[in-house]
Ligand binder design. Structure first.
Ligand code: AHM
Ligand code: MG
Length: 339
């Protein structure tokens, strides 16, 4: 075979499937479908600044097409691509109140997909990175019928795959299976995601902490003490750490995965369960970061072990480099000051 450097997402997922003789290739196909939907979303995201020229939400453009808000477009695109896929029995989205179980020929397939179609969408106006987050579970209900709510209420430790697409200075898909975490950069000239970050690992330690520090008067004492620790001078331990917070979980997590660090969206006196959604944001990121060697906790337990009771439930999250998350948990779970 003629040697070449580029390995596309499709080629990579097929190679991975070949490692398991019993694999049917359905998960690979599903990842490729998600990649396709995200390429369509990417195309619209790249035009975001032109919305005043091309028409606003609800307006009709010169081709007679109705313009949609990007998050609505992203949601509808993912749903329609997955509905036309032979490998997805149904979806749940942060944008929909209830799960959607497909009626058509894919209704008997064994996977369901949960997603946040466009996370961090408040960043669109300022041209900062945004992303799509996804989670893939194998159904627990009989394949003879349609999928049901319980297929979507599985703990993160049952995930088959999860990942995100970041629409940043370049567009990348990063996904995890139990085999590892791999990153693919969209090569615009051929319109394909190509393997650019094989076997990604989250460094055990880092020098960046990331949370909305503007809310700190509402945080518990232990977390405030941890923030003091991050800001303290300690040359041997590379402190003070740098504070970075984009306010787009995908972007903050992408940096955390590559450079190490800790990302926190905690509970506070106003929001006892934090802000971020377990099924669409926290579980997929927790699965990916754990496969990459990091940790993800609610503050009191592993994110991936939470048994969900409702589709849109929220959870506090401490996630990232394992040494930093462990240290943060020592602070928040101890009444006495930590050395
Ligand atoms: P969204 O799903 O409505 O976009 O909200 C989720 C976003 C995350 O991307 C980000 O980490 C967080 O909200 C930022 O929230 P805050 O502005 O409260 O710091
Ligand atoms: Mg979101």
């Amino acid at each position: 075979m003629h040697p070449r450097k580029l390995v596309t997402l499709d080629e990579f997922t097929i190679q991975e499937t070949r490692k398991f003789p019993q694999a049917t290739g359905e998960l690979s196909a599903l990842l490729r479908d998600i990649g396709l939907a995200c390429k369509m979303i990417n195309k619209q995201v790249r035009k975001a600044g032109l919305v005043d020229i091309l028409g606003k939400h609800g307006a009709t453009n010169v081709q007679g097409e109705e313009q949609m808000k990007l998050d609505i477009y992203a949601n509808e695109t993912l749903i329609s691509v997955l509905q036309n896929s032979a490998d997805c029995a149904g979806i749940a989205s942060e944008e929909n109140d209830e799960e959607v179980c497909f009626d058509e020929y894919s209704s008997h397939s064994k996977y369901v997909v949960l997603f946040d179609p466009l996370d961090g969408s408040s960043n669109i106006d300022v041209n900062a990175p945004i992303g799509t987050i996804f989670a893939i579970y194998r159904r627990t209900t009989s394949l003879a019928g349609h999928c049901r709510k319980e297929d979507f209420l599985q703990p993160g430790n049952k995930l088959m795959a999860s990942g995100y697409v970041i629409y940043g200075s370049s567009t990348m898909m990063v996904y995890a299976t139990r085999l590892g975490v791999n990153g693919f950069t969209l090569e615009p000239s051929i319109g394909e995601f190509c393997l650019s970050h094989p076997n990604m690992k989250c460094p055990d330690s880092g020098t960046i902490y990331s949370l909305n520090q503007g809310n700190s008067t509402r945080y518990e004492d232990g977390l405030r003490a941890y923030l003091e620790h991050c800001m303290e001078n300690n040359k041997e331990e590379n402190r003070p750490y740098s504070h970075r917070y984009i306010g787009s979980m995908v972007a903050d997590m992408h940096r955390t995965l590559i450079k190490g660090g800790i990302f926190i969206y905690p509970s506070d006196s106003k929001s006892p369960n934090g802000k971020l959604r377990l099924q669409y944001e926290c579980n997929p990121m927790a699965f990916l970061i754990e496969i990459a060697g990091g940790l993800a906790s609610t503050g009191t337990g592993r994110i991936l072990d939470i048994i969900p009771t409702e589709l849109h439930q929220r959870t506090p999250i401490y996630i990232g480099s394992k040494n930093m998350v462990t240290k943060a948990l020592e602070f928040i779970n101890q009444k006495e000051p930590v050395a």
